[in-house]
Design a protein around this ligand. Structure first.
Ligand code: NAD
Length: 264
């Protein structure tokens, strides 16, 4: 089996990376940065986001696993002290693979060109001006004209990240869905938005259409881009899935409890 390791590049993560690599090679596994079957991320959730985007073009062949060298992460749920146990399970192939939904973002330009992105957590849209103004269409029907700081469109596994800070719902990742959450919408007698987060199923889509401005600041997970000449931005549940190697049960709601409620 071929493996690769993504480190946050701090001294502790680098030391663990060296140990993990030598242990796995002792078991006869091959270090391969081009075509790994398992990618071990060592650092935090942000490190796993980097690993995901590094291998986003071959997701069907890769299973990810995360070790946290800081606090417990949603994607990075193994402790450094468990490294040997983890290596043994990888070498013996004693793991299951679980698949979770991703968000597809398609930016269509007036010049007929387009770009497509995949997000593991979310995409956000903001305006370089103070207020973002965009028409929101759901399945081709006008829904509202949004005015406010911006919009966050998240995956179920991303619902515990930026989306949660905005007051969005936490969505179980077995649901094939995506969520649209407002950032400080302007609501008064003149301007109106729904206010609540919307959760859309896999066969629905959301299209954002600029009203005046055609340049936007967009983030895809940790990546920030400036999109110009925008005609429309379309969001769907992606056909691609992210695959995680699961070595032991760690139910999603327990993960939520340990991350946000438990003071242990
Ligand atoms: P970062 O290092 O600032 O990470 C932000 C925090 O988000 C970290 O504590 C990380 O553990 C946590 N996080 C990431 N994914 C998560 C998930 N799926 N569930 C729960 N927590 C999660 O930034 P980064 O490493 O570049 O990560 C980018 C992510 O930061 C974005 O995808 C976005 O979700 C998040 N973010 C959050 C806020 C906010 O909460 N106000 C603002 C901007 C970005």
């Amino acid at each position: 089996m071929k493996f690769c390791i993504q480190s946050r590049l701090d001294p502790q993560s680098n030391e663990l990376m060296g140990l993990a690599r030598s242990y796995l090679e002792e078991f006869g596994l091959l270090f391969d940065e081009e075509n790994p079957e398992i990618v071990i991320s060592i650092g935090g959730d942000g490190t796993l986001l980097h690993a995901f985007h590094r291998f986003a073009h071959k997701l069907d062949k890769i299973a990810f696993v995360g070790i946290h060298t800081g606090h417990l992460g949603f994607y990075a749920d193994w402790k450094p002290s468990e490294l040997e146990k983890l290596v043994l399970s990888i070498a013996k192939k004693e793991y299951n693979v679980v698949e979770y939904p991703l968000l597809e973002v398609q930016v269509q330009r007036n010049n007929k060109e387009s770009s497509t992105y995949l997000a593991l957590n979310e995409a956000t849209i903001k305006s370089p001006d103070v207020t973002l103004v965009m028409d929101v269409e759901l399945n081709g029907n006008h829904f509202e004209r949004f005015r406010g700081d911006g919009l966050c469109v998240s995956t179920p596994t991303g619902s515990t990240a930026y989306n949660k800070a905005l007051g969005g719902a936490i969505i179980h990742p077995s649901l094939q869905a995506f969520q649209i959450t407002e950032m400080a919408s302007i609501n008064n007698r003149v301007f109106r938005t729904v206010g609540s987060s919307l959760v859309l199923p896999a066969h629905h889509n959301c299209m954002l259409k600029p009203v005046n401005e055609q340049q936007f600041n967009m983030t895809i997970d940790h990546i920030s881009v400036i999109e110009t000449d925008v005609k429309a931005i379309i969001f769907n549940v992606a056909n691609e899935k992210v695959r995680f190697a699961r070595f032991r049960p760690f139910p999603f709601w327990e993960r939520v409890h340990e991350s946000f409620i438990s003071d242990k």
